[in-house]
Design a protein. Structure first.
Length: 377
């Protein structure tokens, strides 16, 4: 697959374009907003120039990457593509309209895919004339730096296409994992408690955002706490993914969205991209120092990590992915310091079970129900 079409030239689209072009592919980049494409290509040139100055790549490599990306004004320019990757807004109806147009343009051998983080691959492909050639290829932001790519075949995807795409991702120097077409796939399903339980703790005034973040960094060795990470991802984006997963799991209480997060989204307090979220990112702003409390920190850590481990154990029970891919996904997709199955064995699954049992007794909520496999782990 040498000719790659990419729809959407935002942060994710231009990132995927860089990855493909860096591997020698010719990239056809289309966005309905041509100004966005020019802006993103300008930003890419600046990024590559910095890499040249740091001697990470040569000037010839930089020129080659830019030279292999073609700015398109119409999807009709995708007619010779071997693979098309859609990376636009997380709206199923808009995506479906785009896929119908793509299918009418490309050859019958062209693979069509979506970079969606949470929308069902089966539902996106159901209206296509040839849904068997449709598959999910989910990169993580920023695409040039994050090694993980989730490969998601839908119910209608032809056999072995997931393997074919996995081999391509390896050629692109990525780490592919194969996941079932379930809400959130691997990472966005298993990671939900990292945000959801942290938000719940703050909503109940048990701890502050900075205390929760400090607890997860110091006791769990996470690179970023959940509130720092939500600010980086974008609070609106994180909220949208949670809402999609909650809806697609028929309002399972485990994935219930946070009212606090909704209110912050409504107020446009979205994190770094707006200058303020759970933290203030103004140049003059000082990051608040958490009031350290060893007992509280242990409670916060055990509460969040137990919920995460329970999700991983349930994903293993449901065979959402292989054990190896489950562990790899969380380490390479969201930079967890270790795989959650291994972490559960290290802490002790009985201790995790006791933590969840106590939370269930306290709240009487299905949110804290245990995976049937947890006590057998």
């Amino acid at each position: 697959m040498k000719n790659i079409g990419i729809i959407g030239s935002g942060t994710m689209g231009i990132g995927i374009a860089q990855v493909a072009a860096s591997s020698g592919c010719k990239v056809y980049l289309f966005d309905a907003n041509i100004a966005q494409t020019e802006k993103s290509l300008g930003a890419l040139r600046s990024t590559l120039a910095k890499l040249v100055n740091k001697q990470k790549i040569t000037r010839e490599e930089s020129d080659g990457i830019i030279g292999r990306i073609v700015s398109c004004v119409s999807l009709s320019e995708f007619k010779n593509c071997d693979l098309v990757i859609e990376a636009i807004i997380e709206n199923a109806e808009i995506k479906k309209k785009v896929f119908a147009e793509v299918e009418a343009t490309v050859s019958e051998n062209c693979i069509i895919s979506s970079n969606t983080s949470s929308i069902s691959i089966t539902s996106l492909s159901a209206d296509l004339q040839h849904p068997e050639r449709f598959i999910g290829i989910h990169f993580f932001n920023p695409a040039p730096l994050m090694p993980l790519v989730e490969i998601i075949p839908g119910l209608l995807t032809k056999k072995k296409l997931d393997f074919e795409i996995s081999e391509l991702m390896k050629f692109w120097k990525k780490i592919p994992v194969i996941a079932k077409d379930i809400p959130g796939f691997i990472v966005n399903r298993i990671a939900r408690p990292f945000y959801g339980e942290a938000l719940r703790i703050v909503e109940e005034n048990i701890a502050t955002p900075e205390q929760v973040d400090d607890a997860m960094r110091t006791l769990g060795n996470f690179r970023m706490g959940p509130f720092e990470l939500m600010d980086l991802i974008g609070i609106d984006v994180n909220f949208a993914v949670t809402t999609t997963v909650y809806k697609d799991y028929f309002h399972d209480p485990k994935y219930k969205p946070s009212l606090l997060q909704q209110r912050m989204s409504e107020a446009r307090l979205l994190g770094k991209k707006t200058g303020k979220g759970f933290y203030d990112y103004a140049e003059s702003a000082a990051k608040p120092e958490p009031l350290k409390d060893e007992k509280l920190y242990k409670e916060v850590f055990m509460r969040i990590i137990s919920m995460l481990i329970n999700e991983a154990v349930e994903a293993k029970r449901l065979k959402i992915a292989s054990d190896e891919d489950l562990e790899m996904a969380m380490q390479k997709g969201v930079n967890y310091p270790k795989g959650l199955l291994a972490w559960g064995a290290e802490i002790g699954y009985d201790k995790v079970s006791d933590t969840l049992h106590n939370l269930y007794d306290k709240y009487q909520e299905e949110r804290y129900r245990q995976s049937p496999a947890l006590q057998k782990a």
